[in-house]
Design a protein around this ligand. Structure first.
Ligand code: RNT
Ligand code: ZN
Length: 424
């Protein structure tokens, strides 16, 4: 029904945008070169509603998918096929973020504390073939030993040890992934631990969590292969009153123990954004991991869109030249729409936000700020919003041989008709 402009028109629009930006001191050709650097860690779990391949256990741990759109990936082959389709429609080189519940154990039951790199060999071979980096996560939810609502901070020593072993196994898997791909694997720890209602003892679970983490990280792993991240949260479904791994807990832990802090955009008060946290935390930790997400009223993990929040995140990374120190991961799951579309909308939005941030006349804006000309700053920030960044983005997609604009939707529809519709 709709289609993108032809290549000639895209080129013409780019030339005109280039002139516009040059007037503000921005070299769009340089931006195109810089755009090849940022790598987005695409989360595998958007493809099957965080189900994984372990069993049919329902998703729990305070995270939730809603919707029953047809065509969900039912096994690793289908998930990889869907991911290949997604990567083929993204400009640039990106990574895959895996969860331990996506292990392939050949039909054998392997407990999470016994998972080993071999259970991810298909993923590793596949990623190497496509030149993708890999990131990893232990899965501390949707499991009988997480049913009490407590894992690494559990008061039950047996339960605690099980999850400590799982976290250690996850780091080893991460290390193997990093060695195999030649890029460090960021292995993230997120646990759901917390209380629905007001606790009396807020301290003891935190003491246990700290001690568990110390055991998990006791063995040094070469950061060239594996980097450890810890992810905080304010509340979850069923942990509304108290979350053991709060922001202050993990921020302090990361600073003291030289870990990456993971900032998830949906894990703070509804009006609190993570963009402002980037410059503060990177003064005290070497690197951070982002879980770029979109909360709607709560931590609902809606598909990421080109919102002001997203743009602010990209601006903070680009303006401060933090691209090497910020690992950009995505974390959303929507089962109510075509899942490959959700992935592409979210990932392309992230890339668009980075493009726009790179096109910003930051030097000029800073001059205004330093001169105390705040009206000039605000005026220019507003002006920049309607500059033709879309023309540069389209041209970037064209140069990378991926569909521009609305043509990408055409590809999504085609894939849905040819592949997804055949799944029941
Ligand atoms: C949950 C955390 C966590 C998960 C994924 C599946 O609130 O955001 O990162 O979403 O690990
Ligand atoms: Zn997250």
């Amino acid at each position: 029904m709709f289609s993108s402009p032809d290549n000639k028109s895209i080129e013409r629009a780019y030339e005109s945008a280039k002139e516009n930006y040059a007037r503000l001191g921005v070299d769009t050709d340089k931006v195109l070169e810089k755009l090849s650097v940022p790598s987005i860690s695409v989360h595998c779990w958007q493809g099957d509603d965080v189900s994984g391949f372990e069993n049919d256990a329902a998703l729990d741990g305070g995270i939730m998918t809603t919707g029953s759109y047809p065509g969900k990936a039912r096994n690793a082959e289908e998930l990889r096929a869907d991911l290949e389709f997604v990567y083929a429609n993204l400009p640039g080189k990106h990574s895959l973020n895996l969860h331990s519940i996506y292990a392939e154990t050949g039909g054998k039951k392997v407990e999470r504390n016994e998972l080993a790199p071999e259970h991810f060999s298909n993923w590793i071979d596949w990623a190497k073939g496509l030149g993708l980096g890999l990131d990893f996560n232990g899965s501390f939810f949707s499991h009988p030993k997480a049913a009490s609502g407590f894992t690494l901070s559990s008061g039950d020593e047996g339960v605690r040890n099980f999850w400590i072993e799982h976290a250690i196994a996850s780091r080893k898997i991460g290390e193997t992934m990093g060695k195999a791909t030649g890029k460090p694997c960021v292995t993230n720890v997120w646990i759901p631990d917390g209380y629905k209602d007001i606790p009396v003892d807020r301290l003891a679970p935190r003491v246990r969590l700290r001690d568990s983490l110390d055991k998990v990280f006791a063995e040094k792993i070469d950061p060239a292969h594996n980097l450890d991240a810890v992810e905080c949260k304010l509340f979850g479904i069923g942990s509304e009153s108290y979350v053991v791994g709060s922001h202050e807990f993990y921020m302090s832990y990361a600073v003291r123990n030289d870990k990456l802090l993971c900032l998830d955009a949906g894990h703070f008060h509804p009006t609190e954004t993570i963009a402002d946290k980037i410059s503060s935390t990177l003064l005290f930790v070497d690197e951070i991991l982002l879980h770029v997400s979109r909360g709607v009223r709560w931590d609902s993990d809606h598909v990421v869109i080109l919102s002001d929040d997203l743009r602010s995140i990209a601006e903070e990374i680009v303006r401060n030249d933090f691209i090497e120190r910020v690992h950009i991961g995505l974390d959303f799951f929507d089962a109510s729409i075509n899942r490959t579309a959700a992935w592409l909308i979210g990932t392309r939005a992230m890339l668009k936000a980075i493009t726009m941030a790179m096109l910003e006349p930051t030097a000029k804006l800073k001059e205004l700020e330093d001169a105390g000309d705040y009206a000039g700053r605000l005026f220019m920030l507003e002006e920049v919003k309607s500059m033709p960044a879309g023309a540069v983005w389209d041209y970037y997609c064209l140069k990378n041989g991926v569909p521009t604009g609305i043509d990408c939707l055409g590809k999504i529809r085609e894939y849905e008709k040819n592949i997804l519709a055949g799944r029941s």
